[in-house]
Ligand binder design. Structure first.
Ligand code: AMP
Ligand code: MG
Length: 322
């Protein structure tokens, strides 16, 4: 009997402020196409739920769940999608793990700097002090039974930039799997998730970008059924008066952190990888490495501020350093 030929189906869409690409492999092209389209529908749904700049009037019926939660801060709980409750619940756990460095209520600080907006500025210390009082994940009140979320202080706001992409990627992979796809790669701007092996045959090879030369790689990872997500100071940075500021901000100082140039986390699912890459980026390199080493099923590659490469011991089989 003649074996059917494995083919690739690839599709791209601009979502969550980045180009998302899905590549699937299999013998049934119609199935690859259908599964990919459904995966994109799911990603778009998560993007729409979590977009905090969804429109001007955050109470409009087409407002995202995150916009409505932010608008209702200090007023009343908002009924939201189960996925939003899930994201908030899981993200809150990492605030404790990082002693408050990772905190999705960073919204007011991001706004003060002007990230995601037309104009940016370096805030003065008084302004920073004022907004830092609004950063506190303990004030995210969730009711899982009623599916509600509430920020208990007025002017607080959620920013899910560190986590939503990974969550959406993982949901998309679940859709592909449920459709019977055995081999796929999703790339959402630094968020990589692979399903099975490439062509069902060999591990996927995924490069870790050199943070100071984006045309070079610091290493190549071999992945099977895993995710690799990078947080880097070269993504989404802003320039003010000739100085570059990165987009990951310490809730202690209100300023971008500078201990790492990039952190790549490798683990089974894209959501954990996304949360942790940002969380470890916020920590001192050695502490971040120690935490990654301690956590089960987590591997990490860090490029520290001196451009040295640090990695967890379990990676030796998985990475080729260039
Ligand atoms: P990522 O690219 O996944 O590392 O996420 C970076 C994004 O996370 C930023 O663009 C902000 O939206 C958000 N963010 C910035 N600082 C923090 C922080 N301290 N804790 C949680 N999220 C943050
Ligand atoms: Mg992240």
């Amino acid at each position: 009997m003649r074996s059917q030929q494995v083919c690739e189906y690839q599709s791209e869409e601009f979502l969550m402020d980045t180009l998302v690409s899905i590549s699937t492999y299999g013998t049934d092209t119609d199935l690859l196409k259908l599964a990919t389209e459904e995966a994109f529908v799911e990603m778009r749904r998560i993007a729409d739920l979590t977009d905090r700049f969804s429109e001007g009037d955050s109470l409009a019926c087409n407002a995202s769940d995150v916009s409505r939660i932010n608008k209702m801060a200090g007023i009343e709980p908002v009924t939201v999608d189960k996925d939003v409750v899930n994201i908030l619940k899981l993200a809150k756990e990492y605030t404790e793990l990082t002693n408050g460095a990772f905190d999705i209520t960073i919204g007011p600080v991001m706004d003060l700097w002007g990230f995601g907006q037309e104009k940016q500025k370096v805030p003065n210390s008084l302004e920073i002090q004022k907004v830092l009082e609004l950063v506190d994940s303990k004030k995210i009140i969730l009711n899982e039974d009623l599916c509600t979320a509430y920020l208990s202080q007025k002017s607080m706001s959620l920013d899910l930039g560190a986590v939503a992409k990974g969550y959406a990627v993982e949901k998309a992979v679940n859709i592909l799997e449920n459709q019977g796809i055995k081999s796929a790669l999703i790339d959402a701007g630094g968020n990589i998730r692979v399903l099975g092996k490439k062509d069902n045959e060999k591990p996927w090879k995924v490069g870790i970008q050199d943070p100071r030369d984006t045309s070079s790689l610091v290493g190549i990872l071999s992945l099977v059924d895993e995710s690799a997500v990078t947080s880097g100071d070269y993504y989404r940075s802003i320039e003010i008066n000739g100085r570059t500021y990165n987009h990951i901000i310490s809730p202690k100082t209100g300023f971008p952190v500078g201990d790492n140039m990039s952190v790549t986390v490798i683990t089974k699912d894209a959501f954990t990888a996304d949360v942790l890459s940002t969380a470890l980026f916020l920590m001192k390199s050695q502490q971040a490495l120690a935490l990654a080493e301690e956590l089960e099923g987590i591997e990490a590659v860090l490029v520290n501020a001196d451009q040295e490469i640090l990695m967890t011991s379990g990676l030796i089989e998985k990475v080729v350093i260039k």
